[in-house]
Ligand binder design. Sequence first.
Ligand SMILES: Cc1cc2nc3c(=O)[nH]c(=O)nc-3n(C[C@H](O)[C@H](O)[C@H](O)COP(=O)(O)OP(=O)(O)OC[C@H]3O[C@@H](n4cnc5c(N)ncnc54)[C@H](O)[C@@H]3O)c2cc1C
Ligand code: HEM
Ligand SMILES: Cc1cc2nc3c(=O)[nH]c(=O)nc-3n(C[C@H](O)[C@H](O)[C@H](O)COP(=O)(O)O)c2cc1C
Length: 1201
Amino acid sequence: MSETISLIVALKGCENIEAEGKIIRIGNGANTNTVRSLAAEKLGLAIPLNDIILETSTGVELTEIEMVRLQQVVYIHFHQQIKEVPGPVRLPMVGNLYEMMPDLTAGWAKQFATYGNIASVNVLGTEMVATNDPAIAEIFVKESEYFTKKITNTLKEIKDFAGNGLFTSDSDADEWKLAHKILMPAFSPRAIKAYQPEMGIIAQETMKVLSEYTPEDKVEILDWCTNLTFETIGRIGFGYSFDLMDRNKPSHPFINAMGFALSNSVVRFSRPAFMKQLPMEFNRSWERGNNLMRSIVDQVIVERKNSEFAKDSEKDLLGFMLNARDEQNLGLSDENIRDQVITFLIAGHDTTANTLAWVLYELSRNPDIQAKVLQEVANAGISSDELPTVEQIASLKYLSRVLKEALRCHSPLRLLSKYCKKDCIVPGGYRVKAGTASVVSIYNMHMNPDVYENPTKFDPERWTPEEEQKRSLYAWLPFSTGPRACIGMAFALQEAKTVLSMFLHRFEFKYDGPDVVYDPYQPTTKPLNMFMNIHPRTNFPEPSENIIYQKSEEPEEKISMPVLDRKVSTVGAIDLPKVTFLFGTQTGSAQDYASQMSSQAKRFGFKDVSLLPMDEWEVVKTGKYQKPADTKESQHELVVICTATYNGLPPDSAEDFNKFLETSIQNDNEDLLNGINYAVFGLGNKNWRTYQAFPYKVDTSLDTLGAHRFFSPGVGDADADMDGDFNQWCAYFWTHVLGKYGVAASASKSVIPTATLSAEDTDLSTAKVKFISPSESEKWKSAMDNKNGEYNSTLLVNRELQKEGSDRSTRHIEIDISQLESASSVEGHLYEAGDHIEIMPENNPEEAERIALGFGLVLDSVFEVDAESIDDLSPRSMAASIKGPCTVRNALIYYADLMSPPSRRMLSFFASQLHATAPETAKKFDSLTMPDERNQDQYPEFIKKHRTLLDLQLAFPQVSRIDLGQFLAAVGVMQPRRYSIASSPLTFPKHAHISVGVVDDIVGDKHYPGLASSYLMRLRNSARLRAHLKSSKSTFSMPADITKPLIMVAAGTGVAPFRGFLQERAFQKKNGQEVGPCILFFGCRNPEKDYIYSDELEEYTKSGVLVTKHIAFSRKNPPTSQKYVQHALLAHAGEVWSLLFNNNGTNGAVYICGSGAMSRDVCSTFQVMSKSFGVAQNDEEADNFLQKLMEEKCFFQDVWG
Ligand SMILES: Cc1cc2nc3c(=O)[nH]c(=O)nc-3n(C[C@H](O)[C@H](O)[C@H](O)COP(=O)(O)OP(=O)(O)OC[C@H]3O[C@@H](n4cnc5c(N)ncnc54)[C@H](O)[C@@H]3O)c2cc1C
Ligand code: HEM
Ligand SMILES: Cc1cc2nc3c(=O)[nH]c(=O)nc-3n(C[C@H](O)[C@H](O)[C@H](O)COP(=O)(O)O)c2cc1C
């Protein structure tokens, strides 16, 4: 039994253990990562834990915690030697000033070229290190115990006029913390939407001025971009016009003063401190300019304070600054508001103006790219004559890529200046000392050829989701990132897209001079001497497809619910229509959502409310819709549909609905559903290429059949925060509905489903339970047997597939399925290769006991839930799922979902129950149901800290005060897990094999085993299981023509279905049938560890069933060039192509199985191949090519995770 011990950690090579070694203590649950993170903390290693190696004094690697426990001293080693950051020799006094000035960026570029990705210099006594490497940049920009933003160097000069504004305050300054908290909501998506019309108006005013130029005039376009962005922040931020849209007026004195201050901040930085005090003209102008800026801003503030809008916090940014308070009722001081206004006037215009000018320049040099932008603008229906809407701007995806690329090539801020608080070692093994200015040289990183291939090329294709995914998140930092990131990013991008789309519709901007460079004397990246000719545009294209944007049915203001407004206060005449909630579900989420909405509808006073599976809808069953007698649109039936999708197809409970839509559309029944108002919420997962395919089909088909889209469709992504997406959509939906029918909401009848639960109506969130006395022996017996389904199958084999020495586990499991219902339509088959088996997991009994102990539940008591008390509960709650008598033990082992993160719904249940007994905790939980008034969502951070119900209970023991009924209502029911069948029915008609990757997440020093995979791992031979066979419904089935070549691509346990495919082909071959060739691309880490089924694959190769196999090892030492399957595919593209388009006339089929990320990369590789082999000329055609292969049943994907 291990216990808490102390040991010393020291860097390898350290000569004086007493002085340099640090003591750490490790407890029972520690593992090697615990030791790594403690060592990192004590020794100041700001590097990823994986890079840290633990060793003995003789250099033996310590891979197991038990080995570590035997040491007195553990030596820390990483692949790189620890070294000082290299840099040039310093001159006395000035250091490296002459090498670095006037253009710090060029200076750093020289240092990187000489010393590598990190270098150090000294400028006038200030030590600086800088990097152009995303891995080091990541460490610098994350606010941490090692690095922070502290105002030094050039920023210190800017602070002279921007004072304690956001941009120029230290992260630990109270002013920054307060202002950051108070001002964030002014940049929420909702706020940005409200700014949209004004942005369009100012663009139109600017175009009016630009149209006064003749095509021959050389125009310094940056000036007009600057006027435009300045006017925009002035008006939108502070309701103050600088009156800049006039060619004949001199520029505003504020702009002149600010321009002087900004450009001279760099110059001042390079001067010794004493020079800044001398009575020279330069210093006097500096002072004069700064005073002028302050006095203009004071005037703006006074005007506002004396105006009728003085108390209106919603009016604009200034309104916010003057009136907003934090939870302690603290607001910004007058002096701080002045600093903030100056900050926003500067930060809010200069960078955006530069970006606009650079985009116009790049578009003029890249006509192909410009043509694509124009086409997109045309397809969005945007013109310079009308103000574009938020939806139109949001549809400009390609323009977003162009902007990203412009921000890469011409990042307006060329460096981010951070500060090292504590000595540490950064990636690469470099020692950075406390007090060093630590710079991310954004410009040089964006131009680093190791990060961006051919970096000087302007190429928006770098920003497709697939390409982006390949790079570090820290490789693109024009807006910085983390808490000190740009607060105005969304504002800037919205403004830039609005302006560019309108400008490009009206004008053609032409530049025909030499390449433009940036002005090194300016602190932001401004094009130097860029004069353009402005021509009226004559070649604006026609839309190439139906205008993708459709105007919302209702004007934007109608959906004006602030995200956090939990109440709607209208009261009015109630004449409410019938409402039908339909759900299409397989695992219950869609049903849960529909049921939450139907409970809400009843609370709002809707009388005629029904809740049904989609297939049970009367209209689907009869194929007819009885049109309403009442012709008033407001009295038409409201139908709300929540549906999931599986492989792009309808879920089981919506198959008839799907057929109904298809037949009705085929029959041209265009007014069949006239008289219905409808809204759709789709559930999906972005890992699938067919994201939201079926909900989308439902939404558009209902429209085609004459129903009226009453509210815009909502989408939830199960890979992210689906409950959050739903809560938000629902809040908007109800605000719209209630506004329309004049219904009042209240705290207990909130528009947010989960918020309702936490209001005073606590009865609704409780299940009534009756305890059964042991004397009722029948009921006791059935309680003991109540195990959430029938044990219908038997485990026959459970063996390890990973090789000895691997620290992970993958189990090969064989199950006797002879008693299961068949999932195959082939006579005599229980399943087909490519089908799935669904397994019901069980909680570890010890976990169940811990929960019982925590919540004070008696494991062997027997209870029954009162069926009538669950009407208002989620169908996914334990209470709604446990039928008949059950023991508490069985409820906890077989029903309770104990391992998932506490859901928002669960937290709001707890809140509702704790209002009286633990109001503080209730308030905390309440605030987690959805983003707060400042649009900040605390839920994601909360569940990182409290991963499971047990974690929650340990951190908030108050939750244990709830009783069993409340517990059953709050906690969700566990969901079955699917596994691809790894066998063929021809070889194993009565057995299904599966390959299970065992999940074991380690957070800190705690292990979180996967629910189903750890359960399966624990099972011994002959154990009984609850399972169901699930057809893949021909979305992943082998071709009927057995001569068809198969190209199989898998990573990890994704190889499972292919084991079934190969068994099937081997069986057919052995029987003398002629089978098509098969090739396999398989990705794993290391041949010695996780190359699962290697012997079998070798056998298939020998017997010729498998023609070739290409295995990509991602962690082989030495590394191979084919790291991942997509690399192997590209390397063998010729072979793949010749099988896919076979000369013999039998084309092949591609099958991809494994994680979503792998599948996306493989699809992109096929797109690349299609372009290389000439069947597609561009990305769009490549995408269509894949789509066509899928439709022709030649391209299949089965993805998870
Ligand atoms: C169609 C299909 C086919 C599949 N085929 C296979 C197959 O052949 N082989 C195979 O191994 N798998 C397969 N899977 C995946 C499988 O269904 C399971 O998802 C997998 O085994 C993990 O389940 P689990 O219960 O062990 O882990 P879970 O407990 O579900 O945990 C899985 C992950 O969810 C996250 N998570 C869970 N709980 C928390 C929490 N409290 N806080 C934060 N994060 C959390 C973590 O990232 C964790 O690693 C398939 C899935 C699908 C949909
Ligand atoms: C393309 C346009 C823009 C770019 C590239 C940009 C870039 C940046 C960067 C890199 C930072 C971090 C600076 C640092 O760490 O020292 C920053 C901060 C900031 N930006 Fe922007 N910005 C842009 C537009 C805007 C706009 C439009 C506004 C306001 C409306 C704005 C307001 C701010 C503010 C207030 C900060 C300081 C935030 C803080 O530290 O809390 N920016 N910007
Ligand atoms: C086998 C399988 C296939 C899926 N296919 C898709 C898909 O093609 N597109 C999509 O957007 N989501 C897909 N999903 C995600 C589900 O739609 C999503 O998890 C949803 O929340 C399930 O809702 P339900 O619990 O109501 O069934 C798939 C999920 C599974 C397990």
